[in-house]
Design a protein around this ligand. Sequence first.
Ligand SMILES: [Mg+2]
Length: 180
Amino acid sequence: MKQRALFLDRDGVINIDHGYVHKPEDFDFVNGIFELIAAAKKNGYLIVIVTNQAGIGRGYYTEADFHKLMNWVRQQIVQQGGEIDAIYYCPDHPEHGIGHYRRDSEFRKPGPGMLFQAQRELDLDLAASIFVGDNTSDMLAGQAAGVGTLLHIGRESSEGPGTAIRKLDDALAYLIAKSQ
Ligand SMILES: [Mg+2]
C-alpha cells in the first residue's frame, strides 16, 4: 500500500531562516515543529524534507557540511519523539552555482523533481500527502507534483497556490483533521 508523506521545506519551516544556515549554532527550530512531526508519525505519515540548498552551489558551505548538520537535526528530532524518514536537497543554482552546480535543475523548487524522486523511492501517494512550505516555490513544486494538501506558512498575500497558514499549529490542525 502506498504511503502518505508530510513534506517539509527546511529553512523557514523546520528552522528559522537566517539565510544559508549550515551550523547547529545557527539552527533555531521553529515553534511547533517537534509536535507536528511527532503527530504526523503517529498518524502514519513519512516525514520527508525537501530543501533547496543553493548555498552549496554558491560555495558558502559543502555537501559534507550539509550532511553533518542534517545528522545533528535528525538527532534533535529523535530526542523530541519524532523521526525524519528521508531528506532530499538540491545544491544547484542556474546562475550563481559554481562549476557543475551551475545548472537548471528540475530538482530545484519550483521544479517537482525532489517530490517525484521521493514518490518513486518511498512509494508515496502524493494526492494523500501534505506539503508545508514558506515560499511560493514550495507551493508551485507541490502543485506540479500533485501533492494533495499545500500549506503556505507566513504568506503575506492571498495570491498563489496553497492554503495560507500563520503557524505550525495550524498545519497540525490540518493534519489531524485529514487523518480522521
Ligand atoms: Mg523555505
